[in-house]
Design a protein around this ligand. Sequence first.
Ligand code: PEP
Length: 251
Amino acid sequence: MAARKPLIAGNWKMFGRMSDLGEIAALDAAIGAVASKVDALICPPAAFISAAASLAKGKGVLIGAQDCSAVSADSARTGELSAGMLADAGAAYVIVGHSERRTQHGEGNETVRQKADAGLAAGLTPIVCVGETRAERDGGRVAEVIGAQVRESVPAGAGIVVAYEPVWCIGGDRTPTAAEIGEVHSLIRSVLSERFGAEANGIRVLYGGAVAPKNAAEIFAVEGVDGALVGRASLKAADFSAIILAHPAAS
Ligand code: PEP
């Protein structure tokens, strides 16, 4: 089986202004030399995708979106952005099912899957987020919750990415232990294999939640971790490049 190319994705959420796009140029300067070994992705707010994509053209940083509509057809949906529009603006990837969308916008597995399908139909690579809450972990429900999310929100599709993001780690300063991360990644991989057979071997499974320069190497060393989805530490090129360069494939 060919090794999966690591993907290290940054989610800027609702942070930043146009003036912060200089971080993308700074990131390229810091990691451009390893771009053939590690995929580096920035998902800025949708308002900046077009400008970010122009800036990143021909460089070592990919640009993606943080969400898309579940509906592909041009239609009367005020404020919605279709996957086709995001692709047109220069996005190559789209994050779907982030826990903030699941909780703040009530998006369930079915909607997440529709969004991932819409992304695939527009030629985008969906990054489907899954993860348990602290209460679900404490209640011994990790396998049940993650299993259902992977079965119900991940569509079949070449190049799709899954991100394991324990909800209780996002935005905080703690991560699960390496053993806990490894257990969930192995669970995700087995559900993917059950569903997609050999095709599952090509699916990258990322870890996300409080990834920082200080813990990146330890997380990347966990078996089955194909990269990271990074929030806060992706906003500054200095931090994000340190995370990317901590990946063994970058050395
Ligand atoms: C995220 O929002 O996906 C995330 C992982 O955030 P942070 O890295 O800030 O914990």
